[in-house]
Design a protein around this ligand. Structure first.
Ligand code: FES
Length: 129
């Protein structure tokens, strides 16, 4: 069985498993919820930008048209181009943040309803330490 790591999506406080050989976006899609945009899944559209807050990953080459060297130095990457090597904490930013944060999640069996998040979205040009 492939090694799996837990991914914590800070925008919605969701956690999901991701195998080491799987990219983080594909695993995010397996949550089966609305709001995850369907992009190119290969680093060509830039819709899946995330900021890594903690954890290690194996990254594949990313187009500088979507992630500048300065952004990458601040932990900004394309979720479709990284594979986790440890548990990770990440934040969807830019278009992906708009998509995941606008969705209301209802889970009556768990006895709660998560509302749309309203906190400000960090821009991709800021470097948050
Ligand atoms: S889905 Fe297009 S760059 Fe990731």
């Amino acid at each position: 069985m492939a090694t799996q790591h837990l991914i914590h999506l800070l925008n919605t406080d969701e956690r999901y498993p991701c195998a080491e050989h799987q990219n983080v976006l594909r695993a995010m899609e397996s949550l089966g919820r609305q709001g995850i945009p369907v992009g190119c899944r290969s680093g060509g559209c830039g819709i899946c930008k995330v900021r890594i807050h903690a954890g290690t990953y194996m990254g594949r080459k990313m187009s500088r048209a979507f992630v500048s060297a300065a952004e990458e130095a601040c932990g900004v990457v394309l979720a479709c181009r990284i594979q986790p090597q440890s548990e990770m904490r990440l934040e969807a930013i830019d278009k992906l943040a708009h998509c995941v944060e606008r969705t209301t999640i209802r889970n009556p069996s768990a006895g709660h309803t998560a509302q749309t998040h309203t906190r400000p979205i960090t821009t991709s040009t800021e470097c948050v330490s």
